[in-house]
Design a protein. Structure first.
Length: 134
C-alpha cells in the first residue's frame, strides 16, 4: 500500500515537472535572431542571444555544408511576410530581427508557395516585434 502511494506521488511530481518545463521553455520576452534562409513563408533563424541558445538546435548543416549552432525553423505570420515584402530586398539572409516565440501559429490565411525550405528539425512559431518588444 505504501509502495503504491509512493509511486503515485513520484509520478505526480514527474508529470508536474514535465508540464512546467514545457511552459517555461517559451520565453516571455523577445529574442534577437539572424535569418539564415528564407523561402515561401518559411525561415531558418540563428539565435543571437546566448540566454536563449537552448531553444535552438546545435550542429545543423545547411545545404552548402556550413555547420550552424542555436538554429530553428519557423513559418512566418502573414503580417511578417508583408513586412519582408515591403523591404523589397533581393535577400533577407544575414538580417537580424527581434522576434517573440509563440506557442501556436498566429495566422495562416495568406497565400504562399508550396516549396519547402531545407532547415533544422527544431521548429518555433515566431512573430517579428521590431520596437514593440515587451
Amino acid at each position: 500500500k505504501i509502495l503504491f502511494i509512493t509511486s503515485l506521488l513520484v509520478s505526480g511530481l514527474v508529470f508536474t515537472n514535465m508540464s512546467c518545463t514545457k511552459e517555461d521553455s517559451i520565453p516571455e520576452g523577445c529574442i534577437r535572431v539572424k535569418m539564415l534562409g528564407y523561402l515561401c513563408g518559411q525561415a531558418n533563424f540563428q539565435i543571437m542571444d546566448s540566454k536563449y541558445y537552448s531553444l535552438g538546435e546545435d550542429g545543423w548543416v545547411d545545404g552548402n555544408g556550413k555547420k550552424w549552432d542555436h538554429v530553428f525553423k519557423s513559418i512566418l505570420t502573414c503580417n511578417d511576410l508583408q513586412m519582408l515584402d515591403a523591404m523589397a530586398r533581393p535577400t533577407y539572409e544575414g538580417l537580424e530581427f527581434t522576434v517573440k516565440i509563440l506557442e501556436k501559429p498566429e495566422d495562416s490565411s495568406c497565400a504562399i508557395c508550396k516549396a519547402l525550405l531545407y532547415g533544422p528539425n527544431t521548429w518555433h512559431y515566431v512573430k517579428f516585434q521590431g520596437d514593440n518588444c515587451k
